[in-house]
Write a protein that binds this ligand. Sequence first.
Ligand code: ATP
Length: 254
Amino acid sequence: MATNDGRLTPAAKAPTTTVSVRGLIRGYGPKGVLNGVDLDIAPGEFVALLGPSGCGKSTLLRALAGLDHEVSGSGTVTVPAKVSVVFQDSRLLPWDSVLGNVTLGLQDHDAGERGRRALAEVGLAGRERAWPHQLSGGEQQRVALARSLVRDPELLLADEPFGALDALTRLKMHSLLAHLVAAHQPAVLLVTHDVDEAIALADRIVVLDHGKVALEREVISGTNRAPDDAGFATLHASLLGALGVDRHRALATA
Ligand SMILES: Nc1ncnc2c1ncn2[C@@H]1O[C@H](COP(=O)(O)OP(=O)(O)OP(=O)(O)O)[C@@H](O)[C@H]1O
């Protein structure tokens, strides 16, 4: 690239990481939770975070979301400017319409139009004027996804977003999320307890245990993502192993 006086400057380098976490330590009072977490997420990469209950998954997500004012700690966290968060409950404002919730706080003149498009993308065209209580739990989560994506985030943080939904609705939400992520290409960190959900959706699965990254596995379609892929059983077993679940023993003693 040439400047006004004709000197050449290096072309702007594309960023190689969207999220960079180094040596993250977090605790509540004297209680240590995260004990030196290192994690990178590349632009557009989908990372699922698994781990035993209480290991600090939500604490890590809250640190990335800038929501951890009540904890003490150290380390560095670099996240992009535009971050959206989806939780297990939709957190919609009950006194505002579906469209009002999606466009809340947006100043742009075309916010309404963008909100309508986002609602159509999540399958809720025509429900713009409904109140949140008139929607099912799955529909409310669709609105939460629309509210996140209308902001065009570089990073989408999702904390068990489908944890409260029934199995069939959850499967439909998996397809929807995969479709939305392919269309908008944010980097994603999905906290989940569901190994199958992680394998179905993520490019990489990170297992957190005792406040540290205990295991990382890549998921590659055609290699280990589908149950009939050659590497599926190995991946599944290694994740369950890292989570402390011996499936054969559990079945044998059931
Ligand atoms: N506000 C808080 N004050 C004190 N301790 C907390 C607070 N929030 C979380 N903790 C503790 O921090 C630890 C990690 O909690 P966190 O919610 O990050 O775990 P998690 O892996 O997301 O758990 P789960 O899978 O059960 O949702 C737990 O032992 C929890 O009791």
